[in-house]
Structure formats: structure tokens, C-alpha cells
Design a protein around this ligand. Structure first.
Ligand SMILES: *Cc1c(COP(=O)(O)O)cnc(C)c1O
Length: 338
């Protein structure tokens, strides 16, 4: 089966997040090839569901999806107008005064948007920089003005309210559509919604959207099973030793496929029809070993990502976040789109 991606679930998640912000347009963030799941399949489906505003990180990603979309959709590039970027048909989200002047010199009259820094200190114009060119920017007619929250997945974090206040201070009365919330910000409530929301990870079944429909199932073919005796080791570094007769299955995927090596003996399991088979020994480049002793019969495939162990559970075992699990799923898998 390989990597199964449920496009209908992505569409359902987009609709559910859009419904949480009924007074805002719901955009869709499809950077990093749709969080690793295949922007070329996801973008037309979301357009069909009503999405008209798409976000990517880089101009090259934007050029890849632009031909898949009719003219009434926009493709916004979060890195803005970098030098030598080919932005034809795209909307750069301008992050600095330098980008603004470059963009107006090279693309006069063409659409652009603005990113302000409301406190995350990653991208966007700071208050003083914005104040200095604000009138000139507004006269040039930006499509929208946005900022991004650093801690939206922690509703109680004081940075949320601080950033909200900073965004208001920089934008109240500008008369241009505003956008602040990604997935986490949508869940913070209507104060954060403004005119457009920009969900990403929630579309793909990731936290903090706890009610998301799961999108990914990852099934790995079993190549071989063997019996090991008490005292025998499994895998590189001999990090696991059988304490009793055990049955070990070896599946055909490893860290080269985005199954992070941190999952070695982490408590994570491979699943056989809902039954947990603990990963034992080290994850290697192309192989993972699991203890299947308790199964009556070893199936042809074992699942790493499945309803019993969704992406955020895998992420917890690996000491990371669902976003990194998704974007680590590389292209060696056979992909099936539902
Ligand atoms: C990645 C990103 C998003 C989407 O964030 P999620 O947490 O995945 O919903 C929205 N806006 C900006 C600026 C981003 O970089």
C-alpha cells in the first residue's frame, strides 16, 4: 500500500477550519509540496472545494502549482521578492522595505502583499520600518497585510495577546484585508480571524487541530520474519536483546524514507490491524524491525502511521512535531491518493 493520502479528508479538514472562521476567507497553505503530501494533487481539490488563496514558501513552488489553478486563484509567496526570483503570475508577500522597493521597481502595477512582524522576529517589517514606508505601501495598493503567531498552539501563552495587540496597532484603519491566523490562530477564536485565515498543518491532519480527520496512512511491506532466541540481538549497535524467544519482522523502509532514526526503541510501534508491534533495535536507512511475537499471523504489511498511531503520536516518540513527520515522508513510497 505504501503512503496512502486521503484527499477527501484534506478537503473536509479545510472546510471544518473554514467553518470555524465564518467571517474570514479561508486560504490554504501548501508550502513544501503540501507538507510533503503532494501539492499537485491537493491544490486542485481545495480549489474545487472553494479555496482561492494559496500560500507557498518559495517562488519555485508557486510556479509549480500556478498552472493547476484558474485565474481567479492567487498563489502567494511567503519569502516575498527575493533577488532573481521569477514571480510571474504569483503574489510576493513583501517582508522588508528593501523587498518593497525592489518589487515596485521590477513589477510596477502587479499585485503584492505585505508581511509585518508582530513579535515573532522571523519575517516581516518591524513597526518602525513599517511606519516609515506605510503611506507609500498603502498608496501602491497591497492585496492584503498579514503577520504570523509564534505560539498559537499554546492558547494560554501571553505572546498571543501581545502579537494581536501589536498587529492591531500596525494595521487598524488601513482599509486593506488583514490576516493573522494559521491553524492554531483559527482555534484561538474570532479575535484572531480578521479577513483571511491561513491553515496549513490542520488540513493534513496535524495538531493543534485535534478534531482533524486523519489524512495519512503509511503501510510498510514485511520482507522477512525470523525467530530470535533469548540473548540474541537485533539491529545496528546491538541495542536490543531478546529476553525470551521472540519473533521479529523486518519491513522495507527506514530513515531514508523519513522514518526518523529517533524512533528506534522509542515506544513507537508498527501496527497489524490495530495490534501494536513495538519497534525494536535501531531504525536503519532502509529497514525497520518490530516485535511481532504476539500476532497469530504476520500480515504482508505493517502500518507506522494509522488511526492507532497518528502523525502526532509518531512525532512524540521521535521528539518532534507532526509537521516534521509529514515533511519527512519522502518520495520512495508508492503513493495512493484517495
Ligand atoms: C506555515 C505557515 C502557515 C501555516 O501554518 P500551520 O501552523 O501549518 O497552519 C501560515 N502562515 C505562515 C506565514 C506560515 O509560515
Amino acid at each position: 500500500m505504501g503512503l496512502q493520502i486521503d484527499i477527501a479528508a484534506i478537503v473536509a479538514n479545510w472546510k471544518a477550519l473554514a467553518a470555524k472562521a465564518p467571517n474570514a476567507r479561508a486560504a490554504a497553505v501548501v508550502k513544501a509540496d503540501g507538507y510533503g503530501l503532494g501539492a499537485a494533487r491537493i491544490v486542485p481539490a481545495l480549489y474545487g472545494a472553494g479555496a482561492r488563496d494559496f500560500f507557498v514558501a518559495l517562488a519555485g513552488e508557486g510556479r509549480a502549482i500556478r498552472p493547476l489553478l484558474p485565474d481567479d486563484a492567487t498563489v502567494n509567496v511567503l519569502s516575498g521578492h527575493m533577488e532573481r526570483a521569477d514571480l510571474s503570475g504569483l503574489v510576493p508577500v513583501i517582508n522588508s522595505a528593501g523587498q518593497f522597493f525592489r518589487d515596485r521597481a521590477m513589477r510596477p502595477g502587479q499585485p503584492f502583499a505585505i508581511q509585518l512582524d508582530s513579535g515573532m522576529n522571523r519575517l516581516g517589517m518591524e513597526p518602525a520600518e513599517w511606519a516609515a514606508i506605510r503611506d507609500e505601501v498603502l498608496a501602491a495598493g497591497p492585496s492584503f497585510i498579514m503577520s504570523h503567531l509564534a505560539c498559537a498552539d499554546e492558547p494560554e501563552h501571553p505572546a498571543n495577546a501581545m502579537q494581536l495587540r501589536a498587529f492591531h496597532e500596525m494595521t487598524d484603519g488601513v482599509g486593506v484585508p488583514l490576516s493573522l491566523a494559521a491553524t492554531g490562530g483559527i482555534l484561538l477564536g474570532p479575535d484572531y480571524h480578521f479577513d483571511m485565515v491561513r491553515p496549513g498543518v490542520g488540513l493534513y491532519g496535524g495538531m493543534p487541530f485535534a478534531d482533524a480527520r486523519q489524512v495519512v496512512r503509511l503501510s510498510l511491506p514485511v520482507i522477512q520474519t525470523r525467530e530470535v532466541l533469548p540473548g540474541e540481538i537485533v539491529g545496528y549497535g546491538a541495542t536490543w536483546t531478546a529476553d525470551a524467544p521472540r519473533r521479529i519482522a523486518t519491513v522495507a523502509a527506514g530513515y531514508a524514507d523519513g522514518i526518523l532514526r529517533m524512533l528506534s526503541s522509542s515506544g513507537a510501534s508498527l501496527y497489524a490491524d490495530g495490534a501494536a508491534c513495538p519497534i525494536v533495535g535501531r531504525v536503519s536507512m532502509d529497514l525497520v524491525t518490530a516485535d511481532v511475537t504476539d500476532l497469530d499471523e504476520v500480515p504482508a504489511e505493517l502500518d507506522l502511521i494509522c488511526p492507532e498511531q497518528p502523525i502526532d503520536a509518531v512525532a512524540d516518540y521521535a521528539g518532534t512535531i507532526g509537521y516534521e513527520i509529514l515533511t519527512s515522508l519522502r518520495h520512495r513510497y508508492e503513493r495512493h491518493y484517495l
